[in-house]
Design a protein around this ligand. Sequence first.
Ligand code: PLP
Length: 387
Amino acid sequence: MNVVTDRVLSMKRSGIRAIANLANVMPGEVVHLEIGQPHFPTPRHIVDAAVKAMEGGYIRYTKNEGIPEVRAKIGEKISRDFPGWNVAEENVLLTIGGVYGLAITMAALLNPGDKVMIPDPGWPNYTMEAITTNGVPLYYPLRQGNGFKPSVRDLEQVVTPDTKIIIVNNPSNPIGTVMTESECRKVLDFAYKHNLTVLSDEVYDRIVYDVPFTPMASLNHPATVVTANSFSKTYAMTGWRLGFLIASEQLCANLVKMSEAFISCPPYISQKAAEAAICGPQDFVHEMAAYYRKNRDLAVEMLDRSGLPHSVPQGAFYMLIDISRFKVDSETFAKRLLAEKRVAVAPGCTFGPSSDGYIRISFCTEIAQLEKGLSNILSFVNENAGR
Ligand code: PLP
């Protein structure tokens, strides 16, 4: 008999990490286009605030929901940035990164066997989290022919009477799509009709290229929305592990029970760093996004010249490249690319059951590295044309 539950045994680990682990032990230089984390250091004023916090004795537990100053500041900033969306301290719960916010929402909302609608292609952790919280993943397609956006017709075909949550990721990982207001409204109408909670993953909300970003919850729709966000990508703070959830006061009061059970509270020092991030100058956020835009343009130009089909990201820092014309699965493709050309990319299969015809690159890296990685991908593709 197994000591570990069947559901944990059945859970597949992320294929992104699998390639990263291979790449990290390879001798010599590898171009890393697999993991999505800003190559920029955390801005100086944020680091300074953390050092000051440590020295000033901010080293104990905090309230389970996080310190009031940061929760209130997040609320103020959102209410300022998106007039009409009123977010108070009571609507904000600080979490250990966005990933934990998503997980505790599922843990709090799912009864055993409840279904969770997950985008395909979508971030692999959604599946892992649905499984660990006793839910059952149900994939809804994001079709290339529909601009990789959710179509209500597809959603209607997938939903079941025991579906409880629909996860929407906007801007999207791994595609880079950004939904318009009317596309958001269609999903909200659908969710309301079927009594689903929209779990809106908006961790890339500040990384958009020339298009407006619409937070789901800002639309004041009667559907229930829980928003997951994070300091990781916006402020180059992946290792600080701080994110937040925004939900109704009543939902937050229940979600916080999960934090009390699992983590007590996020680290005080990271919360003080987040305070500096949210209250301090925001120029850096725009400068980073401008850098990624240049990277995006370079990638689009190089791939267009090669004739290899790809998504054109309007947000986040990922791009899907269509490799379906090669007669190998995406995992084999990624492993051979790594072995032969020393470029690490994420295999499409990890993003959902119908995503095997793609690989994903992350372009949140130095532009010279990106250029080198792409050149190597293209030479691999040329050498393997017809295979
Ligand atoms: N959501 C998406 C779509 C992501 O790509 C990531 C990280 O890569 C996260 C959430 C969680 O990030 P973090 O836990 O660092 O906030």
